[in-house]
Design a protein around this ligand. Structure first.
Ligand SMILES: Cc1ncc(COP(=O)(O)O)c(C=O)c1O
Length: 384
């Protein structure tokens, strides 16, 4: 929070004002979309501005990157065409024989890609149990592990991983820690301030918040050879964000704090309401005192525990799908982090290889009236 003197306003104020944006030429308070793919040179053949070609970098994208970098308290940020674009560019920086450590249950798209890289390029993969801190330490192979990829809270069981402890174990083995903080946006957790080397988001989710942009982002805590390789990989792969998407992202981020706080309040109210429900085996939500890593969550999450929660239905897979199908206020759809609430039978979406329990329904809680969401899930469970 700012102290009201001449010091720089707080990050909350800076983000609402898109970095106190005022266009130098027109006075416009909203950044314009700069669609140019190419940037001219002067009579001495020097670039007129700092841009060459939009696959490398472009003004609207750079504005969004600078805001994100400020939010994360990082050194530099790069936006990508999707979360997967960012994750795969990072994996591309690895050489055959190097290893990645990652949770056994995590966002399935990144895990599938790591498994593919193991098969096709000989990138080692060591999986750990996100609910057991010792399992992470044991999965790291000193001298071989180059990247420890941690997702917290982890999708879709919402186990919380202690970022500080993970950073210590990772650094002791000479590797870097990358945190997928998609479900704990920087309003809640800033992994770089807890020792992570890079923070990743699917910006498709909370950062944009309106289910109308596909984007990914990586921010580094400091300069490094790996970060330089990542930027080369991004440009080589062409995994660049477009300027219209960057414009929408800037607009979405203006309400990031409000949205995330409201979604967190709603999620906590729903989790508390259903915690001891007779038709459920469990409610998985880091904000509940009964959550196994609630203490870690309290230490590394602020302004709430996020909008993601899952339920384990007291019933089999078919009954659980029935509950999901009867929801009327929640939209049955994948993805998360938008203002509208979504529900998903995760195992059906991940396919036959999924190790997610068949009685799990994942909810992305939005910013609607929590009472409507509670009565919707009540009616879906009552007809079981
Ligand atoms: C936790 C997490 N990481 C990464 C991704 C991949 O991001 P994108 O869909 O933007 O490529 C997702 C998408 O659902 C996600 O939920």
């Amino acid at each position: 929070m700012s102290d009201g003197s001449n010091s720089k306003p707080s990050i909350r104020t800076r983000i609402v004002q898109a970095g106190h944006f005022i266009d130098a030429e027109t006075g416009a308070t909203v950044p314009s979309i700069q669609p140019s793919t190419t940037f001219a040179r002067d009579e001495d053949y020097k670039l007129i501005g700092q841009y060459i070609y939009s696959r490398n970098s472009s003004p609207t994208v750079a504005l969004a990157e600078n805001l994100l970098c400020e939010l994360e308290e990082g050194f530099e940020t790069r936006l990508f065409a999707s979360g997967m674009g960012a994750a795969t560019a990072l994996i591309e920086t690895l050489e055959t024989g190097q290893r990645v450590t990652a949770p056994s249950i995590m966002y399935h798209g990144v895990k599938s890609w790591l498994l593919r890289q193991q098969k096709m390029r000989g990138i080692g993969l060591d999986l750990f149990n996100a609910a057991d801190p010792q399992s992470l330490v044991k999965a790291i192979v000193p001298g071989k592990t180059a990247i420890v990829w941690v997702e917290t809270p982890v999708n879709p069981t919402w186990d919380v991983i202690d970022i500080k402890a993970a950073a210590d174990a990772t650094h002791a083995a000479g590797a870097i820690l990358v945190v997928d903080s998609t479900c704990a946006p920087p309003v809640i957790t800033k992994p770089l301030t807890l020792g992570a080397d890079m923070v990743f988001h699917s910006a498709t989710k909370y950062l944009n918040g309106h289910s109308d942009v596909t984007a990914g982002v990586l921010t580094a805590r400091e300069a490094s050879a790996r970060w330089d390789m990542l930027k080369q990989a991004q440009i080589g792969l062409g995994a660049t964000l477009g300027s219209f998407e960057a414009f929408l992202l800037i607009r979405g981020m203006r309400t990031l704090f409000l949205r995330v706080e409201q979604a967190s309040r709603n999620a906590l109210a729903i989790a508390r309401h259903f915690e001891k429900h007779p038709k459920l085996d469990a409610v998985l939500y880091p904000g509940l005192e009964s959550h196994p890593q609630h203490k870690i969550a309290k230490d590394q999450m602020s302004c709430g525990f996020g909008g993601m929660l899952s339920i384990l239905v007291k019933g089999d897979e078919a009954q659980t799908r029935g509950v999901a199908a009867r929801l009327k206020v929640f939209t049955p759809a994948t993805s998360l982090g938008g203002v509208e609430s979504l529900a998903e039978h995760r195992k059906s979406v991940e396919g036959p290889d999924s190790i997610v329990p068949g009685n799990l329904i994942r909810f992305s809680i939005g910013i609607e009236d929590a009472a409507d969401l509670i009565s919707d899930l009540e009616q879906a469970l009552q007809s079981m």
